[in-house]
Structure formats: structure tokens, C-alpha cells
Design a protein around this ligand. Structure first.
Ligand code: NAP
Length: 248
């Protein structure tokens, strides 16, 4: 019997978890533990790091895991590298559930930057009102550009002082809509958006709203990820589990 491990923390992983539960597949979902009250999940869930690739390999062996599905966020590169290394070491099948990156449209005002440090450098300019949509863990880097007024949207209310002197926090875990994001950007007089190219439909509304308002977007390109089999279709994951060596 198969016992898959789903590396999650994304809307896509939660949707896959629901599918696996409906199919009565004895899978385990793994979350990093970054949010205080993660959404209820239909699968048995473990929370917290494994202790690097070696720790993950130990976990996979100890729990009799037969398949690993990497459904983490495209910017969770360390977890993806660890999954690839642990599966290679144990000879376990690995499949990534991914989403296509967002593409600029002809009139978009995107400045592509390769990473977070370059996004910080792109803000080396006079004060603006910036929607900084990079996630709580990345905020400290932007303390180097304290002149801006930042709008932050976070899953949890911050428990410690923010590293940014002029910041306004909206606590919201979505789902988000274009209409609500348009209203948010207008209400805050946003002049620029900084975002990770997460891809997929879940977080695109802010990009669509920025497009509608002709706002410039600093778009942080995705980190390099290990070569692995990928699909963007949860149904393919189910077929892959049923036929271990199905090409994807
Ligand atoms: P990361 O930098 O790739 O991972 C750092 C460490 O966190 C990993 O080495 C691992 O610790 C632990 N970890 C990450 N994902 C885990 C998981 N699903 N289960 C157990 N441990 C996990 O990851 P991150 O960017 O901090 O993202 C953390 C989580 O948030 C991921 O699950 C991701 O899907 C989700 N998320 C991330 C973003 C983003 O923009 N990065 C956005 C939305 C959601 P050990 O080495 O100790 O195993």
C-alpha cells in the first residue's frame, strides 16, 4: 500500500490533500509551522522542519513513506532541494506539484529582479507608497529602504515590532479577489507593488489589480529548483501514485 508524504503549505497542497483524503490514500501532510493557525486539513498532518535532507531521509524511512509529493511554494527552494536529495539517497519516487509562473502582458510595467536582494536595491529611490507582498520572513531585508511607506498583508498579526518604520499591516489569509485588491491598492494610494512570482491563480489578484491601475511591479523571479518530475495537475498525482513509473 502506498504511503505518500505531501510537503505542503500552499493552497495547491491543501487541494491535493482533499483529493487524497477522498481517494482514501493514507497520505501524510507536512507543514513548516510558519502560521499560527493553519487551515484545518483533511489528512493527518505533521508540523515543523525535519532537520535538513538527512533528517527528512530519516523521517521517510521511519514512517515507511513510499512516495514524496513536493507541493511547496516555488520560493521554498531549500525544502525542495532537501526533498530531491533525500529521495535520491533513498531511491524514493518524487513528484512536484507546481504552477506556471506569471507572465508579463504587453502593457505591464514589470521590472524583473533575480532575488530578494535585488528587489531591495530596486527600491533605492525616493519615498513611495509600496505594497510589499513578499511574506513576513523577508521583511527585514527591506529595512535598508526605510523611506517608503509599506503596505503589508500578513497571515498573522505581527507579534514583534516590524523592521520597517513606516508600515501598515492588513491581516488576511485570502482567498483574494481582484475587486478587493483594487480597492486595497486605491485605499492605500499604492504607487508600486513588490511581489514574488508565485504563479498560479491563488495570489494573482494583486498583480491583476496592479495591471488595471498601471502600477509598476518589481517582480522577483523564482529561485532555481532541482530537476525533478513535475505536474500542475493534482489528478496526475493520483495516477502517478497508482502507477509508480507513469511518465509525467
Ligand atoms: P524553505 O526556505 O524552503 O525551507 C526552510 C526550512 O523550513 C526547510 O529546510 C525545512 O526545515 C522547513 N520546511 C519548509 N517547508 C516545510 C514543510 N512543508 N514541511 C516541513 N518543513 C518544512 O521554505 P520557506 O520559504 O520558509 O517556506 C516554508 C513553508 O511555507 C513551505 O511549506 C512553503 O510551501 C510555505 N510557503 C512559502 C512561501 C514563500 O514565499 N516562501 C509562500 C507561501 C507558503 P528542515 O531543513 O529542518 O527540514
Amino acid at each position: 500500500m502506498s504511503r505518500p508524504l505531501v510537503l505542503g503549505g500552499t493552497t495547491e497542497a491543501s487541494a491535493l490533500a482533499a483529493l487524497l483524503a477522498r481517494a482514501r490514500i493514507g497520505a501524510i501532510l507536512s507543514l513548516a509551522g510558519r502560521t499560527r493557525q493553519p487551515a484545518a486539513q483533511p489528512l493527518p498532518t505533521r508540523v515543523g522542519g525535519f532537520g535538513g535532507a538527512e533528517g527528512l531521509a530519516r523521517y521517510l524511512q521511519d514512517h515507511g513513506i513510499t512516495h514524496v509529493i513536493d507541493a511547496t511554494h516555488p520560493f521554498a527552494a531549500q525544502m525542495s532541494r532537501n526533498a530531491a536529495a533525500a529521495c535520491a539517497a533513498l531511491g524514493l519516487p518524487l513528484l512536484a506539484l507546481t504552477r506556471a509562473a506569471w507572465q508579463a502582458q504587453p502593457r505591464d510595467r514589470w521590472q524583473h529582479v533575480p532575488d530578494m536582494a535585488a528587489a531591495v536595491r530596486a527600491l533605492d529611490r525616493p519615498a513611495m507608497r509600496v505594497f510589499l507582498a513578499v511574506g513576513r520572513m523577508q521583511l527585514a531585508a527591506f529595512a535598508a529602504q526605510p523611506q517608503h511607506h509599506y503596505l503589508l498583508r500578513l497571515v498573522d498579526a505581527p507579534q514583534v515590532a516590524l523592521p520597517l518604520p513606516r508600515a501598515e499591516v492588513v491581516v488576511d489569509r485570502g482567498p483574494f479577489t481582484v475587486e478587493a485588491d483594487l480597492a486595497l491598492l486605491r485605499r492605500h494610494g499604492t504607487e508600486m507593488v513588490v511581489a514574488k512570482n508565485a504563479g498560479g491563480p491563488g495570489a494573482v489578484s494583486k498583480i491583476t489589480a496592479a495591471r488595471a491601475l498601471a502600477l509598476p511591479v518589481v517582480m522577483i523571479d523564482r529561485p532555481a529548483l532541482p530537476a525533478r518530475a513535475e505536474t500542475d495537475d493534482p489528478a496526475v498525482v493520483l495516477r502517478w501514485l497508482a502507477h509508480a513509473n507513469l511518465g509525467v
